[in-house]
Design a protein around this ligand. Structure first.
Ligand code: NAD
Ligand code: UGA
Length: 355
């Protein structure tokens, strides 16, 4: 197939483009950055435009008309941006993505839209603040595509503008689907980790995701920063497992993905951020640090100091992946330790990207 991939130069986009080429597809990629796709630039079935989706010279209609399937990954994807530049997040993550979706409607193209597990927001445990008798019950934090509510924080916690923009986009796609005007599939990733994730904080402005902060602290021999003590929990999914699922969604066996929303994540890999720091520290000492190096320490940092005003955390999120299992036969395979070992080796060995 001929697949148009917006955001092809990003963390997920670069891995996905590589996989789509390996699967025999032709890929037309567009991204403002090309450094993460240097290994595939020059491939006979890849056309890559290093361009801003907002630039006048980008002829969205023509690009979409020429493709069979459109994959949209473009977004500001880091919490630092949601807090520091909320209007940019709305404009890019909603307005620009809406333009892409409406062009798909105009030209009758299938759209695979990357949304986020952030749409689920907080758990009832966080929003009811201490009322529930068994707050650790994972049932409160296990989110299913068709039944879970979306619980976001108040207006003055503008972190939620990202979740809100993603959610509104999902609702618009769903509404076009109801009117029979768009064949879409929505993907909600749950915290992917792997080589090429983000950039190290000292290498570019902005606030990347937690792996990059911990990796840089380890490389520089500084304590790992734990926002609000690292008490919140995430389920990490290895990028290759995630891409395997996305490739099945692209293949769309018997139309199984038409009009569907998929959680993509690894429920077995739940960890608190504090335990993630401890595990990365152990792996670093065992495999990468000079012999006899001490275990790295941690440092508690208040969220307001780390991110600025308007941050509120998603407390816990476990994906219910029964739909991906039953419709796609997909199962994540990689454990947390293994994915960290691979991703840390990538950085320690100096193949890190400059962004
Ligand atoms: P990423 O930041 O690496 O990728 C986004 C890409 O979009 C970047 O390469 C960026 O250069 C590009 N982009 C931004 N603005 C652009 C513009 N104006 N014109 C052209 N390109 C532009 O992030 P990612 O982790 O690869 O995420 C991809 C998608 O998946 C995003 O929509 C994100 O919200 C979603 N997502 C990712 C995760 C995850 O675990 N990585 C989790 C939830 C949701
Ligand atoms: C991010 C983005 O919001 C989404 O793009 C995406 O849905 C999600 O990643 C994802 O990858 O699935 P989040 O999990 O909050 O969400 O991203 P991180 O910045 O990696 O934060 C994870 C946790 O670590 C948070 O509790 C944060 O406060 C904490 N943290 C972050 C630290 O303790 N120390 C740090 O140095 C950085």
């Amino acid at each position: 197939m001929k697949i148009l991939c917006f955001g092809a130069g990003g963390f997920i986009g670069s891995h996905l483009s590589q996989r789509l080429l390996a699967d025999g597809h032709s890929v037309i990629g567009l991204d403002t950055h090309a450094d993460k796709v240097q290994d595939i630039i020059g491939h006979a079935r890849l056309t890559f435009f290093e361009k801003d989706i907002r630039a006048d010279e980008v002829d969205l209609d023509r690009l979409i008309q020429e493709a069979e399937v459109v994959v949209d990954l473009i977004a500001h994807a880091n919490p630092g941006a949601y807090v520091g530049r909320p209007l940019d997040v709305f404009r890019l993550n909603f307005m620009e993505n809406l333009r892409i979706a409406e062009a798909c409607v105009r030209h009758g193209r299938r759209l695979i839209q990357f949304s986020s597990c952030e749409v689920y927001g907080k758990t009832p445990v966080a929003s009811l603040r201490g009322v529930l008798p068994d707050p650790d019950n994972p049932a409160y934090a296990t989110f299913a595509e068709e039944t879970s509510d979306f619980i976001l924080g108040p207006l003055n916690k503008h972190r939620w503008i990202y979740a809100c923009a993603k959610q509104l986009l999902e609702r618009v796609l769903h509404a076009y689907g109801l009117e029979g005007k768009l064949n879409f599939t929505i993907i909600r990733p749950f915290n992917f980790i792997g080589p090429k994730i983000d950039y190290l904080p000292s290498e570019a402005p902005g606030i990347p995701r937690v792996f990059s902060f911990f990796m840089e602290a380890l490389l520089q021999g500084r304590p790992l920063p734990l926002v609000d003590g690292g008490r919140h929990r995430r389920c990490y999914c290895y990028i290759a497992d995630a891409i395997d699922c996305v490739s099945r969604i692209v293949a769309n066996p018997r139309g199984a993905c038409d009009g569907q929303v998929f959680n993509v994540g690894a429920p077995a890999n739940e960890t608190s951020i504090r335990d993630l720091a401890t595990l990365m520290g152990r792996i670093y000492v065992e495999q990468f640090a000079p012999p006899g190096a001490p275990l790295p320490g941690t440092e508690d940092v208040p969220a307001g100091r780390f991110y600025g005003r308007g941050y509120e955390d998603s407390d816990r999120r476990i994906p219910d992946i029964s739909k991906a299992r039953s419709l796609l036969g997909w199962e994540p395979k990689t454990g947390l330790r293994e994915m960290l070992e691979i991703t840390m080796a990538y950085y320690v060995n100096g193949r890190r990207s400059k962004r």
